[in-house]
Design a binder for this molecule. Structure first.
Ligand code: MFK
Length: 543
């Protein structure tokens, strides 16, 4: 009997995220001096080819694999070895060789080095199943140690953290979360005791990301210190001794998480682990703040990268999938859905990379006082805004594939599960909204936010863009008027409205940045597409 050939769909392909996605390319063409762009383009094209080619293939092949905790050697020795999967092993090697952390510290392009580095990360991260997590913490640890001025630790660890040699490259953990709370870090119970000429730590860390790292920065309370974050100190520890044995660390289990399943997140006990004090014996939360701000920037860049990947896959599929007598891409309604997804990706990219641009300027010491304040104010706003967009965008993207988006072995559900971590780790949306209020207390009036929206409005000439840029400025000014009035009236209202305030400013600034970019694209490239994207973002992307 001749059965009809079964219907087969073409799987979506991400393409080369550098060559095929004009968004990041045009953003860098505007933000970088032409000679710098020429210098970095080759590396970015190569990273794009890896991400869309070898790494994407490996990512699909690696789909069923997960890291494994090997607690004992065959001969009864406690080893607590973590075996990561093939994708992560390759990612570690490539991250070192391609300088996904190192580029920021080699600073070959001065204040533009952060843009170069995070462009590499943006291309790399969606194809490596959150290998960006250990890289984020490694970057944060290098920045924190450099900020600490602790010369011994800078010489000991930083060359490893920023090495391009895979054999010398170290990643770092950031062990903050205890069972008492991942947000209220001041309740940390880990005890630090100075004995026999060195510090040792005792405690239980409930979530420790990337426990396979060679070192970690962690918080502990020196014996006799007071309560809260002030009574904590920042410690450096190496996870193994010279013989490769665990440094007083017992790994109990890997967490069974909703997503980021390639990332070994462990629950562990410190039982007299040898550690070194990074700075003072107090003010540990303040001492680790540089790490928080760097990893929050990675979080925002990752959110924008996942949105770009989600859009690329959905758009590619729409060009292959036939239904109701034609390709999906030719259906007005589906094109409209894809345009909404693209606008969200663009908004997140503009906001995340504005933070990256400011970070680069602040780190090399060329930022104005206003830019320094803007960086502090924008970092939590960008983190919380883009993380929410990533979850909504990943969900929308899955819907673009119909049932296939809900089937595990397409690899698509991973997009949504992984995106869901972005509003949770590195501070939830509420915690980041409170950090926004903390930043505003440091810079009363938050004038740099208004100046940013005003500057962008002034850059825009095209009539429709000008209306959108003005509405964004009105929105930022309105939010700040609410803040001022509410702060005066006292009570809980300010805290209750903090999330709405931060999201309003975040989305408005995305529109400001997208409109000014669209004007640049009209003026320098005669390219009207960013205008359409900016207006779609301004109109709101809800159906
Ligand atoms: C691919 C994506 C990349 C992501 C990779 C991530 C891997 C994740 C692994 C993890 O470790 S996840 C755990 C992350 N945990 C958090 O993000 C903690 C969330 N909780 C907070 O952020 C709380 O707001 C905080 C712990 C900071 C509250 O602690 P406290 O002790 O109640 O804070 P307090 O007293 O307000 O601030 C103490 C000092 O730090 C203050 O300075 P002063 O002593 O001079 O007044 C603050 O101004 C300063 N500070 C706090 N946050 C700051 C900051 N300074 C600069 N920037 C900040 N963000």
């Amino acid at each position: 009997m001749n059965l009809p050939r079964s219907f087969r769909q073409e799987p979506p392909r991400p393409g080369n995220p550098w060559a095929d996605d004009p968004l990041l390319r045009s953003l860098l063409a505007r933000a970088l001096p032409p000679e710098t762009l020429v210098e970095v383009e080759g590396e970015l094209a190569e990273m794009g080819a890896l991400a869309g080619g070898e790494l994407y293939e490996l990512q699909l092949a690696d789909l069923p694999n997960e890291p494994r905790l090997v607690s004992w050697s065959p001969w009864g020795e406690r080893i607590d070895h973590i075996e990561v999967t093939a994708l992560w092993r390759r990612a570690e090697e490539l991250a070192a060789r391609r300088g996904v952390v190192a580029t920021a510290y080699e600073a070959r392009h001065g204040a533009f080095s952060r843009l170069h580095q995070f462009a590499l990360a943006h291309l790399f991260v969606p194809s490596t199943d959150f290998y960006g997590c250990p890289l984020a913490m490694t970057d944060g640890a290098a920045r924190t140690l450099l900020a600490s001025g602790n010369q011994r630790l800078i010489e000991r660890a930083v060359p490893h953290l920023i090495s391009r040699d895979p054999a010398a490259f170290w990643t770092s953990g950031q062990w903050m979360t205890e069972a008492t709370g991942g947000s209220d870090v001041g309740t940390t119970r880990t005890l630090a005791r100075f004995e026999d000429g060195g510090w040792r730590l005792w405690g239980h860390k409930w979530f420790t990301s990337a426990v396979a790292s060679q070192m970690a920065l962690t918080l502990a309370r020196p014996e006799g210190n007071g309560r809260g974050g002030k009574g904590l100190a920042l410690f450096y520890l190496e996870t193994r001794d010279q013989a490769g044995r665990p440094n007083g660390i017992t790994v109990h289990r890997l967490k069974d998480k909703l997503g980021t399943r390639k990332l070994p997140t462990a629950e562990l006990t410190l039982d007299g682990a040898r550690a070194e004090l990074v700075g003072a014996t107090t003010d540990g939360v303040k001492a680790i703040a540089p790490m928080l701000n760097v990893t929050r920037t990675w979080n925002a860049v990752t959110a924008s990268a996942l949105l770009c990947r989600a859009h690329a896959l959905a758009a590619d599929y729409a060009r292959r999938r036939v239904a109701f007598g034609g390709y999906l891409i030719d259906k007005a309604l589906h094109r409209n859905t894809l345009a909404g997804l693209e606008a969200e990706a663009a908004g997140a990219l503009h906001l995340a990379f504005r933070v990256v641009e400011l970070l680069g300027r602040v780190e090399v010491g060329v930022a104005s006082a206003e830019e320094t304040a803007l960086l502090r104010l924008l970092t939590p706003i960008a983190k919380l805004t883009t993380a929410k967009q990533a979850v909504a965008g990943a969900s929308e993207a899955l819907e673009c594939f119909g049932g296939a988006g809900y089937v595990e072995d397409t690899g698509l559900p991973t997009l949504l599960r992984d995106a869901q971590v972005l509003p949770i780790w590195e501070g939830t949306t509420d915690v980041l909204a409170l950090d926004t209020l903390r930043a505003i207390a440091e810079y009363p009036g938050a004038t740099p936010l208004v100046l940013e929206a005003r500057r962008r409005r002034d850059e825009v000439k095209e009539e429709t863009l000008a209306r959108a840029a003005q509405a964004a400025l009105d929105s930022v000014e309105g939010a700040l008027r609410w803040l001022e009035a509410t702060a005066k009236s006292g009570g809980d209202t300010l805290e209750a409205g903090a999330r709405r305030f931060a999201l309003t400013v975040g989305r408005a600034l995305e529109v400001s940045l997208a409109t000014s970019h669209a004007q640049w694209a009209l003026d320098h490239r005669q390219d009207p597409h960013p205008l359409a994207v900016a207006l779609r973002l301004a109109a709101g992307t809800e159906p």
